[in-house]
Design a protein around this ligand. Structure first.
Ligand SMILES: Cc1ncc(COP(=O)(O)O)c(C=O)c1O
Length: 449
């Protein structure tokens, strides 16, 4: 192994692009899509009541042990559907995570309700039940428990809090197909759940979503919302009567066919992701200065992303900002061919839509007659802010390569990544001058201009 770090001119550990892209499209996937197209004229290609859509919905319900699944045209649509199905009304408050993709919060605004953010656990990056409890008010109606990076949230504690306060629990399982929590599948851990089928998820449509629940009334509301507020029943002539406010969240037979075909290989691919992640986790755990995200006991992550932290408290330097240290480490890893960067770059409530309250204009829903002024003061989320300052994920610079622990990448690629980590993290002191220089540059008057 070359001793000099690549960032200082040494030979990189990974000299060429050895990483393979996700998703994997097989002949069976192509045939499934062609079969749908070939049946045009005999079967419906669209409309949400097609044969393949129903087949996918039934297979997913059976897999996770739910009574109902409804396919939508995105994970975001599935989340909005869940908020509606939960009976949320204008001005109601829904608690979600301060470290997530924005749709986990905007789905609440979509229904004129108010997102309230809870802080996260510093180790798992998942919503912290203690913080949920602190944010409950008389207006709180539901909790959106996001399984971040595919790691199930602390559902026993979340469900216990929800039961005590009479709240509905919606799982945002957009990233967690195939994850388990004490042997129960993600998607069956709360009152209802939502998955994304976009092209970078474990089950691809390559766009789409799945909404899942058991309750008949909730499912009825979900179906109305999905299609113009109208009753959709193949056996009944269309009434053209909007019974409630609806959207157009239906998907197509083509997306359903691809997702159904991919579903046949989900477990095989997830096993490979989990094997890859376990290997990396073990190698990284032996190194100073890097903290791979731990899996709590009884939890099996789907590893949508492989995340780790580089806390300044474990660095051989104390007089540079945490963010400068993280960026210096990231540059050194990238120079070795270990592709790493951030996914979310700020805590969710820091995004402009929340800071400026500009969702609908005129300050609504907070300033609407049913609303309440909620504060998105960032001091409420110290752990989420620390996560943002310290974390990195493995992520190829070409967008479609995305999550490096995904198949077809295997242990050979993981070994190369781990060697890259080992080289950098056993020579961290060599990064100290670079970090100091970067900190000085950031402090210089030119940088301030
Ligand atoms: C946590 C989370 N929730 C919701 C979504 C929204 O899913 P979609 O992109 O399918 O609308 C995503 C992904 O994009 C996500 O990562």
């Amino acid at each position: 192994m070359s001793q000099q770090l690549a960032i200082h001119g040494g030979t990189p550990i990974i000299t060429e692009n050895i990483f393979k892209p996700w998703p994997i499209i097989t002949e069976a996937d192509k045939q499934a899509v062609c079969d749908v197209l070939d049946a045009a004229g005999e079967e419906r290609l669209w409309g949400g009541t097609g044969f393949t859509t129903i087949k996918l919905q039934e297979a997913w319900s059976e897999r996770i042990g739910r009574k109902h699944t409804l396919m939508t045209n995105s994970g975001t649509a599935a989340l909005h559907t869940a908020v509606t199905a939960a009976g949320i009304e204008p001005g109601d408050e829904v608690i979600t995570s301060a470290f997530t993709f924005v749709a986990s919060a905007t789905c609440i605004l979509h229904h004129n309700a108010i997102p309230v953010f809870a802080d996260v656990d510093l180790n798992t990056f998942n919503i912290d039940p203690a913080s949920i409890e602190e944010h409950i008010t008389g207006r709180t109606r539901a909790i959106i428990a996001v399984h971040i990076h595919g790691m199930p949230a602390d559902m026993d504690r979340i469900n216990e809090i929800a039961e005590r306060h009479n709240l509905i629990v919606i799982e945002d399982a957009a990233q967690a197909h195939g994850a388990t929590y004490h042997d129960h599948p993600a998607g069956a851990l709360g009152d209802m759940a939502c998955f994304s089928l976009n092209g970078i998820k474990h089950l691809i449509g390559p766009e789409g979503g799945l909404f899942c629940c058991d309750d008949e009334e909730q499912f009825g509301r979900a179906k109305l919302l999905q299609s113009f507020g109208e009753v959709s029943d193949l056996n009944v002539a269309r009434e053209y009567n909007a019974r409630s406010l609806g959207w157009m969240y239906r998907s197509t037979e083509i997306n359903a066919a691809l997702a159904y075909s991919q579903l046949q290989r989900l477990d095989e691919y997830n096993a490979q992701r989990q094997r890859n992640a376990a290997y990396l986790h073990e190698r990284l755990s032996e190194l100073p200065g890097v903290v791979p995200t731990p899996q709590p006991e009884g939890v099996q992550s789907a590893y949508w992303l492989f995340a780790y932290r580089v806390p300044l408290s474990e660095a051989p330097v104390a007089d540079v900002p945490q963010v400068t240290w993280r960026e210096t480490v990231a540059k050194a890893l990238n120079a070795e061919g270990v592709h790493t960067r951030q996914w979310q770059t700020m805590v969710t409530p820091a995004q402009s839509i929340f800071q400026t309250h500009n969702a609908y204009g005129r300050g609504c829903p907070c300033q609407c007659p049913h609303g309440r002024e909620v504060s998105y003061n960032l001091t409420q989320y110290p752990n989420a802010r620390q996560v943002i300052d310290q974390y990195l994920v493995l992520w190829h610079p070409q967008i479609e390569y995305w999550n490096l622990v995904s198949p077809p990448n295997d242990l050979e690629e993981m070994a190369a990544l781990a060697d890259g980590f080992e080289k950098v993290f056993t020579k961290l002191e060599q990064l100290v001058p670079l970090a100091r220089e970067a900190a000085d540059d950031a402090d210089s008057p030119a940088a301030a201009d």
